[in-house]
Design a protein around this ligand. Structure first.
Ligand code: ADP
Ligand code: ADP
Ligand code: ZN
Length: 217
């Protein structure tokens, strides 16, 4: 039983670490960003609304996000735990999540707060490439695929997300600082936060995360 939240600015390495954590602990990876991109790709009504906010680097309104997140959390694979990546992102979302979990007599075990400075975030986001087929994440310099533009895992085509541009990235980091950073204090009050220095090498960050998970009560 393991219920985790990953907090951290865009580009901190949440998705990259999430893939490792979820494989190791056999829990589902729930990324609201990934769910939204799927809606956009499929052209759903929600996708059309979400796209407008996402391309400007703004948050999708809480009521829409909460509905989508809760619909995912009631799926059967979440019964024995989950990793939330990119949810909650506002205090309102965190309060709704608390309510949702307490109604089911469960709670979050650990909140992993991954910190990386702004300059490094910009470099990571502008160089990020994602596989169109399987969602694997690469970086043109830090984590290049074996063959340029091609996914090592599934040979799918790599693309650059439309919100990974210099102007949008700057805005997303500001939105994170204003609306999501307060969640660190929110969860610190209940003693659930592990602070992780995400600026180091992938394996070093992973070891710290494992130690923090092992440390839960
Ligand atoms: P997030 O989900 O927090 O937005 P990602 O996991 O997509 O972040 O990582 C952002 C970019 O940084 C990706 O291109 C990824 O390959 C790269 N990256 C992730 N972790 C590290 C690390 N420890 N060192 C260097 N680059 C990293
Ligand atoms: P990153 O980790 O790089 O910030 P995500 O893939 O998590 O990117 O999110 C992409 C975009 O989707 C965000 O910039 C935001 O517009 C929207 N989004 C994702 N999760 C949420 C959320 N919990 N609340 C509001 N908007 C969200
Ligand atoms: Zn792939």
């Amino acid at each position: 039983m393991l219920r985790l939240i990953l907090l951290g600015p865009p580009g901190a390495g949440k998705g990259t670490q999430a893939a490792r954590i979820c494989q190791k602990y056999s829990i589902p990876h729930i990324s609201t960003g990934d769910i939204f991109r799927k809606h956009i790709k499929e052209g759903t009504e929600f996708g059309k609304k979400a796209k407008e906010y996402m391309n400007k680097g703004q948050l999708v309104p809480d009521d829409l996000v909460v509905e989508i997140a809760e619909a995912r959390l009631i799926e059967e694979d979440c019964i024995h735990g989950f990793l939330l990546d990119g949810y909650p992102r506002t205090v309102v979302q965190a309060e709704k999540l608390d309510k949702f979990l307490s109604e089911r007599n469960v709670s979050i075990d650990k909140v992993l707060d991954i910190k990386v400075d702004k300059e490094e975030l910009m470099t990571r986001l502008i160089g990020r490439r994602v596989c169109r087929c399987c969602g694997a994440t690469y970086h043109v310099i830090n984590m290049p695929p074996e063959k340029e533009g091609i996914c090592d895992v599934c040979t799918g085509e790599l693309y650059q997300r439309s919100d990974d541009t210099a102007a949008t990235v700057e805005n997303r980091i500001e939105v994170y600082n204003a609306l999501t950073v307060p969640l660190i204090e929110y969860y610190d009050k209940v003693g659930k936060v592990a602070h992780i220095d995400g600026s180091r090498k992938l394996d070093t960050v992973s070891s710290d995360i494992d130690a923090a998970i092992g440390d839960r009560e």
